[in-house]
Write a protein that binds this ligand. Structure first.
Ligand code: URA
Length: 211
């Protein structure tokens, strides 16, 4: 498993406003969108390409284009939805699948309640979107899910990660070079309710309101 922590003053600036409890939902949504676009740039660094012959107005040349099959972007509902536009802005040819996963607040285990993914993901590079890598349970389950369907590579794009969650993913997929996590920051720890500290609170609630 590879971990990439985006190290950029703009990322830190936007993240600080996201963390601020006085930031309203409308601004929060906008900032998540902008932040994900910056993370998407990092997350797509290793995306597969093929040479492409073109003619410029001046001469012929061999350029580069994204390889087939198209990448698959999978927001993990509900909070991952807030990251979808930021990701597809940079990857407009990607297809989109959906995974509904939630944490059982008693067992803290991931439960899958919705799945709109192609059955066959052979050869696909899958980008999982989940803003908060907290216990890691959801991400581990989602990684297993897409590899079972034949995915070639998985990149998880998260806003924040807790060391506990990273440790779980490392335990599960540590030996795999085809798993990467791209994150804006790694925070201190989880609290007793498995919230990331200092974190930004409940990402779904801050994006869409309390349910
Ligand atoms: N999910 C969230 O939305 N926030 C956390 O801090 C942890 C999990």
């Amino acid at each position: 498993m590879r971990l990439h922590v985006a190290d950029h003053p703009l990322v830190d600036h936007k993240l600080t406003t996201l963390r601020d409890e006085t930031t309203p939902s409308a601004t929060f949504r906008l900032l998540v969108d902008e932040l994900v676009t910056l993370l998407a740039y990092e997350a797509t660094r290793g995306i597969a390409t093929v040479p492409k012959e073109i003619r410029t107005p001046v001469t012929s040349m061999t350029g580069t284009t994204l390889a087939s099959p198209a990448p698959l972007v999978v927001p993990i509902l509900r909070a991952g939805l807030g990251m979808l536009d930021g990701m597809t802005r940079l990857l407009p040819t990607a297809e989109v699948g959906f995974l509904g996963m939630m944490r059982d607040e008693e067992t803290l285990k991931a439960v899958t309640y919705a799945n709109r993914l192609p059955d066959d993901l052979t050869g696909r590079h899958v980008f999982l979107l989940d803003p908060m890598l907290a216990t890691g349970g959801t991400l581990v389950a989602a990684i297993d899910y897409v590899f079972e369907r034949g995915a070639r590579e998985v990149t998880a794009v998260c806003l924040l990660a807790a060391p506990e969650g990273l440790e779980l993913v490392e335990k599960h997929a540590g030996g795999r070079v085809d798993v990467e996590i791209v994150v804006a920051a790694v925070d201190e720890r989880l609290n007793e309710k498995a919230y990331i500290v200092p974190g930004l609170g409940d990402a779904g609630d801050r994006l869409y309101g309390v349910v």
